[in-house]
Design a protein around this ligand. Structure first.
Ligand code: UDP
Ligand code: MG
Length: 334
């Protein structure tokens, strides 16, 4: 018989004291169901990532870990944002698990889709994207902005799975490869498809948050979209280049027109039109510099190679905690 895979659910939490006591037992129940069904190994765990919460979230996670060995928790040294929290959890889990499923802790993503994700993995998929089939429970505004976000991303040339957020199954093999993506500008849903391997999607309905409030207001969402586009696509800079070409062509025609007018003596030199053209070109140039600056800013950040997350604490209960490696003075050889 084939060995059941060890599953780690990776769950980012930021100021979630209201919802965690409700959803933690639901995740636990799902883990139990999957284990009883024989779909996953007994060694499977639920790994919470506390993203520098300012409320009692970390205490709740520590209590859960104390009461039940199936719960584990890591705590980031400060709030680094959802994407970094998920990354921290995935990197932590990649050597402990065969598969990981990242999911929000607020109960919005239907945990029953996990069964189908694990089945898809058993069927050979290394990455399984959770895709929202309906968004009825979202407000019109959230739906409009969120769907607009996917259209914009696509149009801008970033490959993203439509209506897929960060609810997905990833095998440890894919994570090992993904660990080599060293960039600090994280946009996981655009980066994971770049790693490749066999992938598929499962569809689920998105629910309302069970408690607490969203930490993704419009501002953060726009920042995420902007980050995604500038991290994954060079289309904005191409558009500027194209605009530059068109404007230059128009400018060239205008110059010919001005010369013809001047030579035929039909008009005095058009001061206003000259100033307009200069201003217009000046504007375009500034805009271009702005966009180029954006990319240079990214290069700057990348060259800094900042750590993407720092774990300050860890609960007990991690399986197979290794003995300290004796230092033989030669360094480690594998
Ligand atoms: N989250 C996080 N760090 C942040 C913001 C959010 O870890 O800085 C977590 C949050 O606890 C939740 C998930 O990311 O588990 C999604 O956040 P939220 O539900 O607020 O976003 P929405 O579903 O409204 O887009
Ligand atoms: Mg949510």
């Amino acid at each position: 018989m084939i060995q059941q895979p060890v599953l780690y659910m990776v769950i980012p939490c930021y100021n979630e004291e209201a919802v965690l006591p409700i959803t933690a037992p639901l995740f636990r129940e799902k883990l139990r169901q999957l284990t009883e069904k024989g779909a996953i190994s007994e060694k499977s765990r639920i790994l919470f990532v506390n993203d520098g919460s300012k409320d009692r979230t970390w205490e709740i996670i520590r209590d859960l870990a104390r009461q039940d060995e199936h719960f584990l928790g890591i705590c980031q040294s400060r709030n680094r944002g959802h994407q970094n929290a998920v990354l921290a959890g995935l990197m932590e889990a990649k050597d402990l698990a065969d598969i990981t499923i990242s999911i929000d802790c607020d109960g919005q993503d239907d945990i029953n889709a996990m069964d189908r994700m694990v089945e898809a993995y058993a069927g050979g998929a290394e990455v399984v994207y959770g895709v929202r089939s309906r968004r009825d429970t979202d407000t019109f505004f959230k739906r409009f902005t969120a769907e607009g976000f996917y259209h914009l991303m696509h149009w801008m040339g970033a490959e993203v799975v439509f209506n897929h957020a960060d609810y997905r199954l990833i095998s440890s093999r894919v994570l090992q490869e993904f660990a080599n993506f060293k960039e600090v500008n994280l946009f996981l849903r655009g980066l994971i498809p770049l790693v490749g391997f066999t992938s598929t999607s499962v569809y689920y309905e998105r629910h309302e948050r069970l408690a607490g409030e969203s930490h993704y207001p419009l501002g953060k969402m726009l920042a995420l979209a902007f980050n995604g586009i500038t991290s994954l696509s060079v289309k904005p800079i191409r558009m500027i280049t194209a605009l530059g070409c068109i404007v230059s062509l128009l400018g060239f025609l205008a110059v010919i027109w001005a010369i013809v007018m001047a030579v035929t003596g039909q008009t005095i030199a058009g001061w206003a039109s000259t100033v307009c053209i200069i201003c217009f070109l000046g504007g375009i140039q500034l805009l271009s510099l702005g966009v180029i600056g954006e990319y240079i800013g990214k290069i700057y950040l990348e060259t800094k190679q900042r750590p993407r997350y720092i774990i300050s604490e860890r609960t007990g209960g991690f399986p197979e905690e290794g003995e300290p490696v004796p230092d033989d003075g030669k360094g480690s050889e594998k």
